[in-house]
Ligand binder design. Structure first.
Ligand SMILES: [Cu+2]
Length: 183
């Protein structure tokens, strides 16, 4: 994520400034402090997770939409701790009139297209699938209200075997630079 990279650059600059401190102890103490700071910046407080049976749902998030936008996208990681394949068959979101699970692909002409995942999104036994910008995503359509940064919204995920679970999407700032769902 760009944010993390920026945070990293900032932290690196900070480390450079710290090299002016004289004693080893001073440097060590400040280095530890810097690492803690870096950790805090790259592991957002809003990281959160949910469970449905053997499926662990890690950090559902969405991106703020511009005023008047009709669509938004949801991203998360699905980990299957079970011994059999499961599938994400449907999803809902409080903000949307209709929600679908989409996949993105690039056609022969280099045009990016997306379509609904047929037969559900497979999560292999012991494996994981990440829904992320430019790839699989949850598509919120017919938005009833804008998706606003810092205003999480609820939704549900339904799995073939693990059933339905309620989750909450955190909303990150607009313009992360890698979302094609501006509306
Ligand atoms: Cu889509």
């Amino acid at each position: 994520m760009q944010g993390s990279q920026r945070a990293f650059t900032r932290a690196s600059t900070f480390v450079h400034l710290l090299s002016r401190f004289r004693s080893f102890e001073e440097r060590l103490g400040l280095a530890v402090f810097t690492l803690a700071l870096l950790f805090a910046m790259t592991h957002p407080l809003w990281a959160h997770e949910f469970k449905a049976g053997d499926i662990e749902i890690v950090h559902p998030w969405s991106q703020a939409t511009p005023e008047g936008a009709k669509v938004a996208a949801g991203y998360l990681t699905l980990k299957n701790h079970g011994n059999s394949t499961d599938r994400l068959v449907s999803a809902t979101g409080d903000v949307a009139g209709m929600t679908q699970v989409h996949e993105m692909s690039v056609d022969a002409n280099g045009i990016m297209t997306m379509k609904q995942v047929a037969d559900g999104l497979e999560i292999p036994a012991g494996g994981e699938v990440t829904l992320k910008p430019g790839s699989f995503h949850i598509m919120f359509m017919d938005l009833k209200q804008p998706v606003k940064e810092g205003q999480p919204f609820k939704g549900t995920l339904t799995f073939e075997k693990a059933g339905t679970v309620e989750i909450e999407y955190s909303v990150e700032a607009m313009g992360g630079g890698h979302d094609d769902h501006g509306g």
